[in-house]
Ligand binder design. Structure first.
Ligand SMILES: [Mg+2]
Length: 366
């Protein structure tokens, strides 16, 4: 059933404000495909006739996607002005509109942006933090610092900075040309942070199942919390094969576009844990469905990027596991989360944790 969001008598959408920024990261993030110095973000504010504005951002990975996503959101504005602030109904309607084009990629990003901004508006209208609107309360969540690719020599300095900032858990991008280097980096982290430190590694889809298993012959003895995306994200059988062949738990989920992808992955037994991305899974509405599917499959849930809204979502998620910290919006957010003794807690204030620093938004406008 495709319910059209109509006028239910509740608050309605008045207008969108869409802006694009290149938000500098506090430290460059090294990946196999280059170093990220700034995050391409589309900021969406949805003004409502309740006098309350809902805010969110989406991370579009490449500056080339800023204009298309902003343009798509502009078209959605004309479609949605006058509609009720009912994110779940709006999401269902938009997904139906894009069914033939597909709900992945830019369309998925735009629909998630609308969803997250509307949930932020709902929380502010109710004068509640999002976590409380979802029936929970902000609480301390275990957090890890999502570090980039490091050489064994640079690891001590990076980890010591991270420790000073309050982190006690670390994830590193593995998959160096020489697999022995991966082991050296993991050991260098523990040398700095302590033998018992929580460490995970991310292969970022770089290998075939056979290559991953072969590399894990070395890493499997390092007591990693998880190995992430050992094979291509959509290769659910490959994930399951790696998982069956190694002792280290497998983690995946950041590249699932909506619940259908997650359902295929869980049905294949692809992973020991799940880490949906608040944007790609379909915003807050998509996350809530993912949390139910994870609970039904007894899978602990971590987050991917989007630390602000994820701190609210994980607080309301059964089996909440780890919050990923890779602060892509810190440069434009006046109310960033703070890390303390290995945890973060969402602020107990209305909304989902975003208040634009307008000076910074103007400065970094793209
Ligand atoms: Mg990853």
């Amino acid at each position: 059933m495709n319910q059209e969001p109509g006028n239910s008598g509740g608050p309605a959408i008045e207008r969108f404000c869409i802006r694009t920024v290149m938000a500098p990261l506090s430290q460059p993030h090294k990946t196999a495909s280059g170093t990220i110095e700034a995050a391409p973000l589309v900021l969406l504010d949805i003004e409502t006739d309740a006098g309350v504005t809902g805010s969110t951002y989406v991370f579009v990975y490449t500056p080339m996607a800023l204009k298309p996503v902003a343009s798509l959101l502009g078209d959605l504005e004309s479609l949605l002005v006058g509609s009720a602030v009912e994110p779940s109904v709006v999401s269902e309607m938009l997904q139906a509109k894009f069914r033939l084009l597909g709900n992945q990629g830019l369309t998925g990003i735009a629909v998630a942006a609308v969803d997250m901004a509307l949930w932020d508006a709902l929380a502010r209208i109710a004068n509640l933090p999002l976590a409380r609107l979802l029936g929970a309360a902000p609480k301390p969540l275990a957090v890890y610092d999502s570090l980039g690719q490091m050489s064994p020599d640079s690891t001590a300095a990076e980890v010591s900075t991270s420790l000073r900032r309050g982190f006690q858990a670390f994830k590193v991008k593995a998959g160096h040309p020489n697999p022995v280097t991966d082991v050296e980096v993991v050991r260098a982290i523990r040398k700095e942070a302590g033998d018992q430190a929580w460490v995970a590694a991310d292969f970022n889809q770089a290998f075939t199942a056979t290559e991953s298993v072969s590399r894990m012959r070395l890493l499997d003895h390092e007591g990693l919390a998880w190995i992430e995306e050992p094979v291509r994200a959509e290769d659910h059988a490959g994930h399951a094969n790696v998982r069956a062949a190694i002792a280290t738990p497998v983690q995946t989920g950041e590249n699932w576009w909506g619940i259908p992808d997650m359902a295929k992955s869980t049905a294949a037994g692809a992973s020991d844990f799940v880490m949906p991305d608040a944007m790609k899974i379909g915003g807050v509405t998509g996350w809530l469905k993912a949390a139910s599917l994870a609970e039904a499959n007894d899978l602990p849930v971590s987050s991917h990027l989007f630390s602000e809204v994820s701190a609210h979502l994980l607080a309301a998620t059964p089996g909440a596991h780890m919050l990923e910290w890779l602060d892509v919006a810190g440069a434009v957010n006046q109310t960033p989360l703070t890390v303390s003794k290995g945890t973060v807690t969402a602020a107990d204030t209305p909304g989902s944790g975003l208040t634009w620093d307008e000076k910074a938004v103007a400065k970094y406008q793209a």
